[in-house]
Design a protein around this ligand. Structure first.
Ligand code: NAD
Length: 256
């Protein structure tokens, strides 16, 4: 019950990593706002959490839209009376060659993945400050640090998140708001979707064993780190980036 009575907003909280984060905070006594664009998925997660004793509401939001973000924060505040913690988790990808990539796609990915976390923080920070401080976590990616081909807008947005994180950490430090990033590696979210889209893939031994820790990650690996970074035990940690990837980014690879 580390987060009893704390109000936690999780963007993209309906599915995948966000689903594990919402449920983990609820198990620790938090009042959770599932802020997601997908209403079917959001309502489903809300129902599941309530049936399992969690305190939560689903609020529909498009994190790329300023109006929508303002409304979401307003709804969270009028329902729960404030905000203590914000998890900027909503994000989209999409691999495509630079020769075919449209600028509309670039703008949409950057809008959700980078503009979104800035706006959500901008509109939540006054309430977190009013409550005497709290924490913000920005979910980045190991793709902020390394790349496969054809991932330019996603990689750029995640690189931007790391800079946004240290910038916000310095600006909001005086208001007792700690801001940290988490960079997940390969996290298998196929079993963490709304029912109509849930299709647990069968991972191979090769998938698992290429990781120094011997397995692919799961959403609860990331949720556990969110709980730690938002807890008082992490009171001296701000502006950092925690890489959670089973060791893939420290593994040196030369082709024989
Ligand atoms: P996911 O697709 O399973 O879930 C993302 C959720 O965000 C969905 O519920 C979706 O409806 C919601 N969403 C999408 N656009 C939105 C918008 N405009 N406004 C509000 N909600 C929106 O994704 P995931 O794999 O759980 O990824 C979560 C975060 O973790 C993302 O930021 C992603 O970039 C990052 N990440 C994931 C992995 C991975 O391997 N799964 C690795 C590195 C980083």
């Amino acid at each position: 019950m580390r987060f009893k009575e704390k109000v936690v907003i999780v963007t993209g909280g309906a599915q995948g990593i966000g689903m594990a984060i919402t449920r983990s905070f609820a198990r620790e006594g938090a009042k959770v706002v599932i802020a997601d664009i997908d209403q079917e998925a959001g309502k489903e997660n809300e129902l599941y959490m309530r049936e399992n004793g969690g305190e939560c509401i689903y609020v529909q939001v498009d994190v790329a839209s300023e109006e929508s973000v303002k409304n979401m924060v307003q709804e969270a505040v009028s329902h729960y009376g404030g905000v203590n913690i914000l998890i900027n988790n909503a994000g989209i990808g999409g691999n495509k060659s630079i020769y075919e990539r449209s600028m509309e796609e670039w703008d949409r990915i950057l809008g959700i993945n980078l503009r979104g976390p800035f706006m959500c923080t901008k509109y939540c920070a006054p309430y977190i400050k009013k409550n005497g401080g709290g924490a913000v976590i920005n979910i980045a990616s190991t793709r902020a640090l390394m790349s496969e081909p054809n991932t330019e807008p996603y990689s750029a947005s995640k690189g931007g998140i790391l800079a946004l994180t240290h910038s916000l950490a310095v600006s909001l430090g005086p208001d007792k708001i700690r801001v940290n990033a988490i960079s997940p590696g390969w996290i298998d979210v196929t079993g963490w979707k709304k029912q109509s889209k849930r299709e647990q893939v069968q991972l191979t031994e090769r998938d698992h064993l290429q990781h120094p820790v011997g397995r692919v990650g799961n959403p609860e690996d990331i949720a556990a780190a969110c709980l730690f970074l938002c807890s008082e035990e992490a009171g001296f940690i701000t502006g950092t980036n925690l890489v959670i990837d089973g060791g893939m980014t420290i593994k040196m690879i030369y082709e024989e």
